[in-house]
Design a protein. Sequence first.
Lengths: 111, 111
Amino acid sequence: GQQLNQSPQSMFIQEGEDVSMNCTSSSIFNTWLWYKQDPGEGPVLLIALYKAGELTSNGRLTAQFGITRKDSFLNISASIPSDVGIYFCAGLTSGTYKYIFGTGTRLKVLA
Amino acid sequence: GAGVSQSPSNKVTEKGKDVELRCDPISGHTALYWYRQSLGQGLEFLIYFQGNSAPDKSGLPSDRFSAERTGGSVSTLTIQRTQQEDSAVYLCVEGTWNEQFFGPGTRLTVL
């Protein structure tokens, strides 16, 4: 099925470092969502973006809706061990209900 | 609090057998999705239910897959004559246009 390109696929970082990941698409989206999935659990919503150029924060997380509406970025500042997990982006086109998900970024934090 | 629940949490079956996966959603949401997450992959849309409308089955990978939603609530995903490539985590999702609530998933292993 259709998927977004998400990068990097995996990251190993030291505790305290900042993290950046992004999603790109050939299609324009009107909504971007970012999720985190812990092992054995379903994804949990972190941040939702609804407008091109929008920059939204949730604690140490900041996400941006790209101006072209074809990309989105997620940054995590001062990473901690519990940030470990898989981060997914998801995009939605206006007038549809079918979210398209990225392939995920697997984050590992070394203490 | 109560969330989307799925059963079983794990299912191991032999190739060729039929399996049935169950989703008990949060009450009050009319939209329900099934996604499939294969190892190392993103989330693949399978089917979407919205109220009394005909479901969108466009993501079902073959006619061995079927799903139903009874009374606008509980949903079951049935896979007939399972194949090894059906092995994945099957996620039930309930929600609205701007947020989706994921169940913990059923991990299906076809031997």
